[in-house]
Write a protein that binds this ligand. Structure first.
Ligand code: FAD
Length: 387
C-alpha cells in the first residue's frame, strides 16, 4: 500500500467526469486481474492469447458508445492503462481499434461504414493496417511500391508489406497501394482469405513478442471496387489516420512509464542491500523521482493535447512533438527502472525486462523519434529537412 498507488501524482484523473473515472477504475481492475498476471508468459511464448478477444469485446472498450460518450482524455488514460498492464495488449488494440478501425471511420463511405463497422466494434472481425513496406519505412509516402490497377469493377493489388501487426490472424487488412493510373496512394479493405494474399509471422523479435507482426505478399489479389475506401485517394488521406494514432502511441509512452515506475518503486522498497531497502539510498530515490518527473511531464502534455482534440484544435505537429517527447522520456525512464532492478532487470520474471524491451518498439513505430522531430522542426521553422 504505497502512496500514490494509482500513479496519478498530479491528480490529472480529477479532470474526468465521475462516470469516466468510475469506468477507468473498472478498466484498471479488469486489466490487473485478467492481463497483468499472464502478460510475461504470453510474451515469453511469443503467442497472442486469442481467448482474450471475446473478453475484451465484453469489456466494451471499442463500442461507439465508448467512443462518442467520452472525452479524449478518458480514451487516452484508458490506452495508457492498457499499456501499463501490457504493451503488447495495448498494441493489439491500437492496431485493431486505432489504425484499422480509424482507417474505416475516417476514410470509408457511409455505406461501407454501415456494412463493416458493427462487426469490427463487436470484434467479430479483427483488422490490421498495411502501410509499411520492406523498402518504404520512414519514407512511406514516397516509398509505397505496392500497386493497385483498376480492372473493370475490380482492383488488382501486387506488392509486399512489412511489420503488419495482427496480420497473421486478422480477418481483414486495410492495404494502402499506389494506383498505377494517377500515382496516388489509395486504401482497400482486403479479406485475408482472398487468393494471392499471404502473411508470414516475423520471428525472433526482442520487443512486443505477444504482438503478431507479419510480412505480407499480395500476388494479383483481386478486390472489388466496393472495397476501395472511398475517402482514401491520396497519402494526405492516410495521414488523417496517422495523426490520431500517433497520439495513442504517445499515450502508450505514458503508460509504459507508469509501468516502469510501479515495478521499480515496489522493488526498491522491498529489496534489501547493505542491510537496508534500496529505497533508503539517495541515489536510488533520485532515479525513482526522475522516472516520476518524466511520467508526469509526459502526461501533462498529453492531457492538454486531449483537451485540444476535444476542441477539434489538435495539430499534426503537436501530435508529432508529443510522440517524440514522450517516447524520449520513456526511453530514459525504462532504462532507469531497469537499472534499479540490477540483474533481475534483465529477466522477464520481474516485469521490468519486458517493459524495457517493449519501449524500443514504441520508440520506432508510427514515425520514429527522428521523423516526428523533423515534422515538428518543419512546423517551427517553415523549412522541411526531409521531403
Ligand atoms: P527506416 O525508415 O529504415 O529508418 C531507420 C533509421 O533511420 C531510423 O532511426 C529513422 O529515424 C532514421 N531515418 C530515416 N529517415 C531519416 C531522415 N530523413 N532523417 C533522419 N533520420 C532518418 N507498419 C504498418 O504499416 N502497420 C503496422 O501494424 C506496423 N506495426 C509495427 C510494429 C512494430 C513492432 C514495428 C517495429 C513496426 C511497425 N510498423 C508497422 C512499421 C513502422 O511504422 C516502421 O518500422 C517505422 O515507420 C520505421 O520504418 P523502418 O523500420 O523502415 O526504419
Amino acid at each position: 500500500n504505497l502512496p500514490y498507488a494509482d500513479g496519478d501524482f498530479y491528480a490529472f484523473e480529477e479532470l474526468l467526469s465521475d462516470k469516466e473515472r468510475d469506468r477507468l477504475l473498472e478498466v484498471r481492475a479488469w486489466l490487473k486481474a485478467e492481463v497483468t498476471p499472464h502478460a510475461a508468459d504470453w510474451w515469453n511464448a511469443g503467442e497472442f492469447p486469442h481467448h482474450m478477444i471475446p473478453k475484451i469485446a465484453e469489456l466494451d472498450v471499442m463500442s461507439p458508445v465508448y467512443r462518442q460518450g467520452h472525452s479524449n482524455l478518458f480514451a487516452g488514460l484508458c490506452h495508457a492503462e492498457f499499456t501499463r498492464a501490457d504493451t503488447s495488449f495495448a498494441t493489439f488494440l491500437g492496431v485493431h481499434d486505432g489504425l484499422f478501425t480509424g482507417s474505416i471511420e475516417a476514410l470509408a463511405s457511409e455505406e461501407q461504414k454501415a456494412a463493416w463497422l458493427p462487426d469490427i466494434y463487436a470484434m467479430k472481425k479483427i483488422g490490421a493496417f498495411g502501410l509499411t513496406e520492406p523498402l518504404g519505412g520512414s519514407d512511406v509516402a514516397g516509398g509505397t511500391r505496392t500497386t493497385a490497377r483498376r480492372d473493370g469493377d475490380n482492383w488488382i493489388l501486387n506488392g509486399e508489406k512489412r511489420w503488419i501487426g495482427n496480420a497473421t490472424f486478422s480477418d481483414w487488412v486495410v492495404i494502402y497501394a499506389r494506383d498505377v493510373a494517377d500515382n496516388q496512394v489509395k486504401g482497400f479493405l482486403v479479406d485475408t482469405k482472398t487468393e494471392g494474399y499471404s502473411a508470414t509471422k516475423i520471428e525472433n523479435k526482442i520487443a512486443l513478442r505477444t504482438v503478431q507482426n507479419a510480412d505480407i505478399v499480395l500476388d494479383n489479389v483481386v478486390v472489388s471496387d466496393d472495397f476501395h475506401l472511398k475517402g482514401a485517394n491520396s497519402f494526405k488521406d492516410t495521414n488523417k489516420v496517422l495523426k490520431v494514432t500517433r497520439l495513442a502511441v504517445a499515450w502508450q509512452a505514458v503508460g509504459q512509464q507508469m509501468a516502469a515506475f510501479d515495478v521499480a518503486r515496489k522493488y526498491a522498497v522491498e529489496r534489501q542491500q547493505f542491510g537496508k531497502p534500496l529505497a533508503s539510498f539517495q541515489l536510488v530515490q533520485e532515479q525513482l523521482v526522475k522516472i516520476l518527473g518524466n511520467t508526469v511531464s509526459s502526461m501533462g502534455m498529453m492531457v492538454r493535447l486531449a483537451q485540444l482534440e476535444d476542441l477539434g484544435r489538435a495539430k499534426d505537429e503537436q501530435s508529432a512533438l508529443a510522440k517524440a517527447f514522450t517516447t524520449a522520456r520513456m526511453r530514459e525512464s525504462v532504462a532507469l527502472g531497469r537499472s534499479i532492478l540490477g540483474g533481475n532487470g534483465i529477466v522477464t520474471d520481474y516485469g521490468m525486462a519486458k517493459i524495457f524491451a517493449d519501449a524500443e518498439a514504441i520508440y520506432s513505430y508510427e514515425g520514429t523519434y527522428e521523423i516526428n522531430t523533423l515534422v515538428t522542426g518543419r512546423a517551427i521553422t517553415g523549412v522541411a529537412a526531409f521531403v
